[in-house]
Design a protein around this ligand. Structure first.
Ligand code: NAD
Length: 470
């Protein structure tokens, strides 16, 4: 059995001080691929110490020097692209085309961050004040398993551009995919201590980071429950926090929508990454006047999706992360049926012929917005279909959730779509089309998060404002 025991601290690939282990499994076969050795509080503390030591010199680098280092990171991520893509596919089952998209965007974050290195980002003038925008300090970047390279690059690019040094804690459920990311970071040749990576669980590695007196900033992407825990603990030292959390996003199909466009749009929004996506549009709202037609069209489209080996061309739905996640998704399908939902497509168990590996049937349940399947984030290919009477009710249902990450509107009238979008309480709303913008703000209303990432909002989250009056 292969052992994964590489962490990156102070410019060196090092073995963990910790001795705990974690089984790394394949989503495709369900078999164990390796055993990972996890870091502990000592590893986290060593990484923070290295980042603290590196901070004065890194924060004093010129914008040109930072631009050069961001270029090195982009180049190094590109050089490891061909290892990153299959690792994502193997570990959490995302189709090859999605993995390719995720990995190609990862290197792009470093190039985007170069464009933020302007004088205006760091100095502004307001009345008699000169506002210096200074790096907040050592930043802990805590990331989820559904696309390690992407989340790490997205956060690290702007943290480093701001002049912060970082400690990255990838998810313990994403260590396989993070191996080539570790190589990319190690090969980029940044000064020692500027980027450190420690693998480990929320407790103790995450916990050490969020309570550490030398960490000034936490940027977490993860579930809402984790976000609440992290916010509570980080309050002890009043750390700056950015939280990108879960979602239960609505897709409103308006009564004027063309079904031929609305149905693929709704399924793309709901099933990207096998539904293992925070932004998934998992509640599809259909008008009563077209209920039968749209339910039928949605069910036929779900039945027609190619479920299978994510490495094969044309696969739309691959397996999900691991056995625990498979069981978790099954429990929601079961609850959906037991609570009186009408099964329109899919259901319990493995799809026929895909009994090995963590394959789930893409499932469509007609239900109401008060039921478990419509309220809780499932993070798999399970979609609720909810009927509404009129536009006002559609908006009421869309907003009747603790979450507020994304919204989707399908309509034949873009102006109407925009009017509806403005009434949806979520950080982003897409009308008729999925747009993958990296420069508009990204983040959640309500329990989907705190703060914003991407573009200038991303770098702002790693800067403090100091007003000087001469
Ligand atoms: P998770 O909350 O279980 O873990 C996320 C990270 O937090 C991991 O690195 C984990 O080890 C760490 N963690 C867990 N407990 C911790 C603690 N007490 N202290 C410090 N760190 C701790 O989430 P996950 O299962 O890895 O990812 C899926 C979740 O992430 C979903 O809810 C999804 O919606 C969300 N997500 C959100 C976005 C977004 O941008 N809003 C993007 C991707 C995923």
């Amino acid at each position: 059995m292969k052992t994964l025991n590489r962490h990156f601290v102070n410019g060196h690939l090092v073995e963990a001080h910790g001795t705990g282990t974690y089984p790394v499994t394949s989503a495709i076969t369900g078999e164990q691929l390796a055993e990972a050795v996890l870091g502990d509080a000592t590893d986290a503390d060593r990484a923070v110490h290295a980042a603290k030591q590196a901070l004065p010199e890194w924060s004093a680098t010129t914008l040109d020097e930072r631009r050069d280092y961001l270029q090195k990171l982009a180049d190094s991520f590109k050089a490891h692209r061909d290892d990153m893509i299959p690792a994502l596919v193997e570990e959490f089952g995302t189709p090859l085309s999605t993995a390719t998209f995720i990995v190609d965007e990862s290197s792009q974050w470093f190039l985007d961050a170069q464009d933020l290195l302007t004088d205006d980002t760091f100095v502004r003038h307001v009345g008699r004040a000169t506002v210096r925008r200074v790096p907040v300090g050592v930043a802990a970047l805590i990331t989820p398993w559904n696309g390690a390279s992407w989340a790490i690059a997205m956060k690290a690019s702007v943290a480093l551009a701001a002049g912060c040094t970082v400690v990255v804690k990838p998810s313990e459920r994403g260590i396989w995919q993070a191996q080539p990311v570790l190589d990319a970071i190690a090969d980029a040749g940044l000064p020692p201590g500027v980027v450190n990576v420690v693998f480990g669980k929320g407790d103790p590695v995450g916990d050490t980071l969020i309570t550490h007196p030398d960490v000034a900033k936490i940027s977490l992407t993860g579930s809402t429950n984790t976000g609440k825990l992290v916010a509570a603990k980080a309050a002890g030292t009043l750390k700056r926090i950015t939280l990108e959390l879960g979602g239960k996003s609505p897709t409103i199909i308006l009564d004027d929508a063309d079904a031929a466009r609305a149905v693929p749009f709704a399924l793309q929004a709901g099933l990207f990454n096998n539904g293992q996506a925070c932004v998934a549009g998992t509640r599809i709202l259909v008008p009563e006047s077209r209920e039968d037609e749209l339910k039928k069209a949605l069910a036929e489209a779900v039945d027609a999706l190619k479920v299978g080996d994510p490495r094969e061309d044309g696969t739309v739905i691959g397996p999900v992360l691991d056995r625990d996640h498979y069981d978790h998704i099954q429990s929601y399908i079961r609850a959906g049926i037991e609570e009186g939902g009408e099964l329109l497509a899919g259901g319990l168990g493995h799809p026929h012929g895909l009994e090995h590996g963590n394959y789930v049937k893409p499932t469509l349940l007609a239900t109401t917005n008060d039921r478990t399947v419509a309220r809780e984030e499932i993070f798999g290919p399970v979609l609720s279909v909810i009927t509404y009477r009129d536009e006002d009710e559609a908006i009421r249902i869309a907003n009747d959730t603790p979450y507020g990450l994304t919204g989707y509107v399908a309509t034949g009238d873009a102006e109407r779509g925009e009017r509806v979008a403005r009434r949806i309480q979520s950080g982003r709303v897409m009308i008729n089309e999925i747009v993958g913008s990296r420069d508009a703000p990204f983040g959640g209303f309500k329990e989907s998060g705190l703060g914003r990432e991407f573009g200038s909002w991303g770098i702002d989250a790693f800067l403090e404002n100091q007003a000087i009056f001469v």
